[in-house]
Design a protein around this ligand. Structure first.
Ligand SMILES: Nc1ncnc2c1ncn2[C@@H]1O[C@H](COP(=O)(O)OP(=O)(O)OP(=O)(O)O)[C@@H](O)[C@H]1O
Ligand SMILES: [Mg+2]
Length: 254
């Protein structure tokens, strides 16, 4: 059966969906799963991430996330996050939305509000002002906030990073993984930092319930995926022909 994604044929502007949450909550895992489900349903999907998403942005990402970056001031950190984002919007996000595509982005301005605004004490107001100036106030149509206990999600992230730094046997694999493995600068922050980031995310979700859906991320990747797909379908009314995305990822549900 040939399925078409209604959305991309009807709407002029695409849909912008962001994934947010603490390190290790499963954002990248869930983004990949949603992208696969949407593509299966016939949608045109762009997968991207922040900081990064463009050649310039990926260079900025290396500076921001590399644990060897020392002495970066909180303001410089926030400015670099927005520099990456402004380029990302101009080069990738806006053009894809203009083509009617669905853009799935791993972190966006909510991360800056939670990590720099709350975590680094720079304040929400400053982050939102910069968002207005540098990002033209671009808002996601939907933000999936993966909610999980800070200590447990960090354990997931640290386990993943350790297995990347000390991979099994193959030297080639080791080299490849080491190239992208040292993204631990934030993960070295203390517990109170992550408690503030978590509090920041909860405050954003409370402030903007129409845009942000908080999803329990404690279950298996498949369980969380079903919740994410359900939220996408409910909130964005993305249905695929006569078949809903939800029924495609979970055939037992009608
Ligand atoms: N539901 C889950 N249950 C158990 N492990 C999970 C689950 N989801 C993801 N993981 C694993 O936890 C680790 C972190 O997941 P992932 O990289 O998707 O998180 P993330 O939110 O993108 O983290 P970061 O913010 O550090 O990029 C990975 O090793 C992943 O395989
Ligand atoms: Mg990730």
């Amino acid at each position: 059966m040939h399925l078409r994604c209604y959305h991309s044929t009807v709407s002029r502007r695409g849909k912008f969906i962001t994934f947010e949450g603490l390190d290790g909550t499963g954002k990248s895992t869930q983004l990949r799963k949603l992208a696969a489900a949407l593509r299966e349903a016939g949608c045109k999907v762009v997968e991207t991430r922040e900081p990064g998403g463009t050649a310039t942005g990926e260079k900025i990402r290396r500076v921001l996330l590399d644990s060897k970056t020392e002495g970066l001031s909180s303001l410089a950190e926030m400015a670099l996050m927005f520099a990456s984002r402004a380029q990302h919007i101009a080069e990738v996000i806006q053009p894809a939305l203009d083509r009617g595509h669905i853009v799935l982005c791993d972190r966006f301005t909510d991360s800056t509000e939670a990590y720099q605004g709350y975590g680094r004490h720079l304040g929400s107001e400053n982050v939102l002002k910069l968002h207005h100036i540098l990002c033209g106030g671009l808002q996601p149509d939907l933000t999936v906030l993966l909610d999980f206990d800070p200590a447990m999600s960090l354990n997931r992230a640290r386990r993943r990073n350790q297995s990347a730094v000390h991979p099994a046997k193959s030297d080639t694999k080791k080299k490849l993984l080491q190239l992208s493995s040292d993204e631990n600068r934030f993960e070295r922050q203390n517990r109170s930092f992550f408690a503030r980031v978590h509090q920041g995310y909860r405050a954003i979700a409370d402030r903007e319930p129409q845009r942000v859906v908080a999803i329990d991320a404690r279950g298996t990747p498949a369980q969380t995926h079903r919740r994410v797909a359900h939220a996408v379908e409910e909130r964005l009314k993305l249905s695929v022909g006569r078949q809903s995305i939800l029924s495609m990822v979970n055939p037992s549900r009608k």
